[in-house]
Design a protein around this ligand. Sequence first.
Ligand SMILES: Nc1ncnc2c1ncn2[C@@H]1O[C@H](COP(=O)(O)OP(=O)(O)OP(=O)(O)O)[C@@H](O)[C@H]1O
Length: 332
Amino acid sequence: MTAAIHTEGLTKEFDNGRGCRDVSITVQKGEAFGFLGPNGAGKSTFVKMLVGLIHPTEGTATIFGHPIHSLEAKKRIGYLPELFRYQEWLTGEEVIKLHAKLCGVDTKTAKERIPKLLDEVGLGSRGKGKIKNYSKGMQQRLGLAAALVSDPDIIFLDEPSSALDPVGRKEVRSILMKLKAEGKTIFLNSHMLEDVEAVCDQIALLNNGEILRTGDVGNVLQQKVTYRFKVSGYTPLVRTWLQDETGFEFEVETVHKPDSSTNTAQQELVISGHDTVWLKAELQNEEQAGWINSLLIEQGLTLYEVGKESGKLEDWFLTAVKGLSHRGERDV
Ligand SMILES: Nc1ncnc2c1ncn2[C@@H]1O[C@H](COP(=O)(O)OP(=O)(O)OP(=O)(O)O)[C@@H](O)[C@H]1O
């Protein structure tokens, strides 16, 4: 089967020596691919090459088997750029109409599709308002509608939620999941790891312009993460008992004494609870954490708080960049 996106050694070296280098990836039709990386790693540069906005200095790339820059490839693409400004004097609806025209969508189809799209991205009747009165979030929603107006097979989204509030992010996530369910291929550049976790099948981590790590989201989500349980009533015997009972290794961290800025209620809690500790264990899922909660309570300990040290994808990301002498941009 022809891959939706295939790149071999794709490289863009700007005059200043920065950019991205030797990137080889394959994304199958219907897959959602998450491209992660610190600021300046080269994610936008890579996408701009794929959508034909900048020319690679080396390497090759195809979209459904067609070379990037070919009309056949461009016909299949929708693109939401990271930083964009629309014509302030136009209305949102006019902008989408313009995009539809540029993409060769016939007038009848555009007329039916545009109001639906505006509704879907949460702009609705605000589509009749001028762009100059739009908030950043509204412009981002409009950008998403513009990317979808040609009903493309592949959608490249460069930080689609960066200007949105939590409700807006959730809405965009649902739109992405719906697109995926319709069989569209999604290429998502994002720092929003929850979105990547919810939508993507494959991920790659770019650093200093090069791929540092690739992964299958399903496998990453199987990884263990560290859970923390704040308890009082702790004795070393509790740890031994818990380890025997569960088979997990537990690390114990004493809760710090409060400083003078801590309020009295908190001070009393910590002072009276000199046996208050964080118990930490690497677990696979929330069910295991719930089981440990019940065991701790059963043993007569007071459970104050339970949490994860980080999300699974966050962990995957952080362990990959940990200890690197240089993160993000290429050192030139
Ligand atoms: N037109 C350009 N000319 C010169 N350097 C550029 C140009 N565009 C980008 N760069 C540099 O290339 C590197 C990669 O930039 P890019 O925007 O692709 O990173 P990014 O991973 O998308 O970052 P962010 O997460 O902050 O959006 C950076 O060092 C950037 O300064």
